[in-house]
Design a protein around this ligand. Structure first.
Ligand code: URA
Length: 264
C-alpha cells in the first residue's frame, strides 16, 4: 500500500512518538512472542524423477523451538571478563525487551567491590542514560549507600546492576520468562565481580535469585544465592512511595554493613 507520508515526515512522526515515551507498537490482536518458533524451511517444490517416475517432494522440515535459556547459558559461559559479558549479553537477540529499549544498561560502580546491589530493570532515565539507578530511585539508593559509608564512585564504592538490562514497556515487571533467560547472564555477572555480599533490591531481584516473592516477609533475613550471602531489602522506588518503610530498610543496610565489617 502506498503511504500518504514521505520518508522524512514518517520518520519525524516516529521520532516524536519516541520522545513522548512510546516504546512499542500495538496491533489489533495480541501476539504471544514466547510462542514464536523458527520459520519452517520450505522445501523447494522441485519434483525429482526416479526410474522415469516423479517422486514425492520431501516433507517440510518441522519448526524447531529455540530454548532461550539454554542459548543464554551457552553464551554466558563464554565470558571470562565483565567486558566480554557486556558485549555478549548486549548482542543477545532472544529477549523481546531489547527491541523496545533505547540503551543496554549493564552496571555502574566499582567492579572490585565487596558489595553488589542487584536491582530490577532500567526505567526511563536509565534507558536514556545507559546507567542503572540514574533517576529518582537512584538518588535515594545513593543516600542509602551513604548511610553505610558507601557510594558508587569513591574508594568505598558498591557495584550496581539489574536483573534486566533493557527497559520493559511502561515500566512493567519483567515476566518470569524474561527473568529466566537473563539468569545465566546475571549469575555469570556476579561470579565475575565475586562480591562478599549481594543486596537483592525488591521483589524482582528476590524472584530471580531466590525464586520467591514477598519482599515484606523476605527483607531483613539473610539467604544464600549465587553461592554467597544475599540480603533482600525494600526497593528505593517502593521507599519513595512508602517512606514509613525506610526504617526497616536502614536496619537491613546496617546488617549488611556489619556483615561486611566481619569479613562476610
Ligand atoms: N529500578 C531498578 O531496579 N533499577 C534501575 O536501574 C532503576 C530503577
Amino acid at each position: 500500500m502506498e503511504s500518504v507520508f514521505d520518508y522524512h515526515s514518517a520518520r519525524a512522526m516516529l521520532e516524536w512518538q519516541i520522545d513522548l515515551g512510546v516504546t512499542e507498537t500495538i496491533s489489533d490482536a495480541p501476539i504471544n512472542r514466547f510462542e514464536a518458533v523458527q520459520e519452517p524451511v520450505k522445501p523447494k517444490a522441485t519434483a525429482t524423477v526416479e526410474n522415469g517416475k516423479p517422486t514425492k517432494p520431501a516433507p517440510p522440515v518441522k519448526p524447531v523451538a529455540v530454548d532461550a535459556v539454554a542459548e543464554a547459558q551457552k553464551l554466558a559461559d563464554q565470558a571470562t571478563t565483565l567486558e566480554e559479558l557486556a558485549k555478549i549479553q548486549s548482542e543477545f537477540e532472544m529477549c523481546d525487551l531489547k527491541k523496545g529499549a533505547r540503551k543496554f544498561v549493564f552496571a555502574d560502580g566499582n567492579p572490585k567491590s565487596r558489595l553488589l546491589i542487584l536491582g530490577e530493570a532500567p526505567g526511563r532515565d536509565e534507558d536514556q542514560q545507559g546507567r542503572p539507578f540514574a533517576g529518582e530511585a537512584g538518588q535515594l539508593l545513593d543516600k542509602m549507600l551513604a548511610a553505610i559509608d558507601m557510594d558508587r564512585t569513591g574508594e568505598n564504592s558498591a557495584y550496581v546492576t539489574n536483573v534486566m538490562p533493557w527497559r520493559p514497556p511502561q515500566n512493567r515487571d519483567p515476566s518470569v520468562e524474561e527473568i529466566a533467560m537473563m539468569m545465566p547472564f546475571v549469575s555469570k555477572h556476579i561470579e565475575l565481580v565475586s562480591p562478599d555480599v549481594v543486596i537483592l533490591m525488591g521483589n524482582v531481584a528476590c524472584l530471580a535469585a531466590l525464586s520467591k516473592k514477598g519482599i515484606t516477609r523476605l527483607r531483613g533475613n539473610w539467604a544464600t544465592a549465587f553461592e554467597r550471602p544475599v540480603m533482600p531489602i525494600f526497593h528505593p522506588a517502593y521507599l519513595l512511595r512508602t517512606p514509613v518503610a525506610k526504617r526497616d530498610a536502614w536496619a537491613d543496610l546496617l546488617a549488611v554493613q556489619a556483615k561486611l565489617k566481619k569479613g562476610a
